[in-house]
Each structure stands twice: as C-alpha cells, then as structure tokens.
Design a protein around this ligand. Structure first.
Ligand code: 3HC
Length: 313
C-alpha cells in the first residue's frame, strides 16, 4: 500500500499538481506559505511607489492607465492571499507577520519614485522582471498558486507594455525628457537585477523548491533571461544601461554584467533601504485606519448569512 509520502512524491515526479486536500510534507506547506505570502505582500506594498504618482500623472489617459495598474496589483495581492489560505493559514496572520517585520516583501519596492519616468521604469523593468519570474510559476506544483499566476501574468503584460510606452515617449521627447528617462534607468536597473534574489549559490531555498517543482528556473537563470531580453529594449529606446562592464559574450550568446552589489541587496532586504520605514509606516497606518471597513464588511456578511438562513428556514 502506497504511503502518503510516496503518493506525494509520485505526483511531483509526474509533474502533476498538488491540491490543498492532498497530503503534503509540512516543509512543502511552510515554504509555500512563506513564498506566496511574501509574493502577496509585495503586490500590496508595490502599490505605494506608483500610487504616489496617481495625482501627478501628466495626462488623464496616463492617470487612468496608472489607476488600472495599481488596482490590478491590489487584485494580485488578494488572489495570492487566497492561494496562501488554501494551505491552512489566514491572511490576518500573514499581515501580522508582515507588520511585525517577520515576513518580507520584494526589495524593489523600497526605492523612491522621484520623477514620472520612474513610473515608466517600474512598468518596463520591474513588471518585466516580474513576468520573467512569474511565468514559470504558472507551472508551479501547487495548484492554487499556479492558477493564480495564470491570471496575474495576463495582467502583467499590460503593466510592462504601458511602462515601456512611457519610456519610449520620454526617450523620443525633449532633451529634458530623455535625461529624465535615462536618470530613471540609472536608478532602477541594478535594484531590478537584484530582485530575482541572491545568487544560486547563496539561495537556501532554491534546491529544495526546484525539487518540489515550486521554483522551475533558478534565480541566476531568470536574472540572465531578463538581462538578455532587456538590453536590446534599452538600445531601442536609445538609453544606456548603467553598467560599464556590460558586454555581449559571443561564445555564450548572452550578456555579461558587472558585479552585483549584494551588500546593497541584503541591506534593503534587512529593512534598511531608502524607503523601507516609509513603506511599512504607510502599510501599517492604512491597515489600522481600515479597521472600521473590515468590521463593517464582516458585520454585513454576518447579517447577510443570518438573512439567508431565515429565508431558507
Ligand atoms: N526581496 C526580498 N527578499 C528576497 C528577495 C527580494 N527581491 N529575493 C530573495 N529574498 C529572500 C527570500 O524571501 C529568502 O528569505 P526568507 O527565507 O526569509 O523568505 C531569502 O532572500 C533567500 O532567497 P531564496 O532565493 O533562497 O528564496 P526563494 O527560493 O524564495 O526565491 C524569490 C526568492 C525568487 C523572490 C521567490 O520567493 C519567488 O519567486 N517569489 C514569487 C515572486 C515574487 O515574490 N516576486 C516579488 C515581486 S512581486 C512583483 O514584482 C509584482 C509586480 O506586479 C510588480
């Protein structure tokens, strides 16, 4: 008689999906809750840098596009909290962990958005990197996460395109606009390269998560795919990647880049980046101010359930 663990291993080996009602190793559950929760936190915190520009968008059309994008990110967070909850956790627990600094969100959202070009750079680079990282997650072994990613990836393509279009408009604009676009690229390039996570050799989770079919492509390989796809786009924009060591390696048919500043990465991940305090203060403040909304929504849900019971009786 096959044990539960043998059934789980057979599903993983057959590249099948693990569903919430299937038996799973406790560490499989734990690492999924960790990753999905931090992914969800990233989507929600990621609304802040772009949200800062909603009232300053240069046209009604740009404001409408940015509003749609920021709303999408909120929805991505809700899908992902929903996927995490199928593993037996509760989003209020996950938010408590985030607010207490015991769960993370992506390093990339701890940098300031200083000009409108930053909104273009975020869409073009950050959402471009997110697509690289999230498309393989559509094949994640855990069903609810993979299915949430399919929906999210469809919306990410719009996010990346609108960002690239902002950069194209600025790069083809006045000298001042072109300089603004180049300045944004100079500030967002390296933090985006870092957001793929530590080098494979320094990644404590990669080996096990790749064995479990959670991580399909390694941090370094995804980083390289992003760089190889994005450098030609920068050339098309007429902008310069801020890396004097960047060069095409004929033999390997890929770009070599300069040294990544891992001290900066771990400083930001450790909570000491340019905007960490501000992001968390805004997040906790909004959560506390929104207490009445959560209370009203649950009171209404209780009332509706009682009414449905009366009608059914
Ligand atoms: N920012 C903050 N922490 C990071 C990080 C980053 N960019 N990259 C890695 N870390 C953390 C990991 O969470 C882990 O810490 P933990 O044990 O406390 O969780 C530690 O550094 C070691 O990293 P590993 O590579 O070993 O960890 P993973 O195997 O989990 O890989 C990951 C990290 C690639 C981010 C993976 O978790 C993942 O693919 N997550 C899902 C995608 C995601 O979260 N993307 C974040 C951005 S969301 C986004 O871009 C939204 C878009 O709409 C803009």
């Amino acid at each position: 008689m096959e044990t539960e663990e043998e059934k789980f291993d057979a599903l993983i080996d057959a590249d099948d999906r693990i569903e919430p009602t299937d038996w799973m190793p406790e560490n499989y559950r734990k690492t999924l809750i960790r990753q999905i929760a931090q992914h969800a936190h990233s989507e929600i915190i990621g609304m802040q840098p772009e949200g800062n520009w909603l009232t300053r968008a240069p046209s009604l059309r740009r404001k409408a596009i940015l509003t749609a994008k920021v709303q999408d990110e909120a929805g991505h967070g809700l899908y992902l909290y929903g996927a995490a909850e199928t593993l037996g956790t509760d989003r209020s627990e996950l938010l408590d962990l985030l607010h207490a600094g015991r769960q993370k969100y992506s390093s990339i959202f701890n940098y300031p958005t200083l000009t409108w070009a930053d909104i273009g750079a975020i869409g073009w680079l950050v959402d471009g990197a997110a697509i690289m990282n999230q498309v393989p997650l559509c094949r994640c072994s855990f069903g609810p996460y993979a299915r949430a990613m399919v929906r999210i990836c469809k919306e990410e393509s719009f996010h990346q395109r609108q960002g690239f279009q902002i950069m194209l408009t600025l790069a083809n604009g006045t000298d001042a606009q072109r300089e603004m676009a180049q300045d944004a690229l100079n500030r967002w390039w390296w933090p985006t390269v870092m957001m793929f996570g530590p080098a494979d050799a320094d990644s404590p989770h990669s080996e096990q998560n790749m064995r479990w079919g959670i991580k399909r492509i390694s941090n370094d390989d995804l980083r390289q795919k992003f760089i190889d796809a994005t450098v030609p786009q920068a050339e098309l924009l007429g902008l310069t990647i801020p890396d004097p060591d960047l060069h095409w390696d004929e033999e390997r048919e890929t770009y070599d880049i300069g040294e990544i500043d891992w001290d900066e990465f771990w400083t930001v991940v450790g909570g000491n980046g340019p905007c960490n305090d501000d992001r968390m203060a805004t997040k906790v403040g909004a959560y506390n101010e929104g207490e009445w909304v959560r209370e009203a929504a649950s009171a209404y849900a209780i009332k509706q359930a009682a009414r449905a019971k009366e009608v059914a009786a």
